[in-house]
Ligand binder design. Sequence first.
Ligand code: FES
Length: 106
Amino acid sequence: MSHENWIPVAQSNAVCDDAAIEVVVGQQIIAVFRSDGVLYALDGMCAHQGGPIAEGTVAHGCVTCPWHGWQYELASGIQTINRQPLQRVYEVRERDGMIEVLAEPS
Ligand code: FES
């Protein structure tokens, strides 16, 4: 049976709808989003040139990077122009008023 390492990263009310926060889990910067009431987590550094995607515009399940406008689907990390899964996706959930991210197996 696998041992899952869910890490609490923020209180649930820290992420409003169509907004995001940036958290650090281990060595990894992760952007946690809420869009249409659903939580998502992606690598916090844009696959293009490392822009802070948690500071991007969130709407309809997508985020637009604030630096040069690359847009990603939050559920898949797919870049919407070339349809490639360029941005890493993390599992995220809410438990007891906290947002938790599934960390790398150690
Ligand atoms: S760094 Fe994100 S679009 Fe360029």
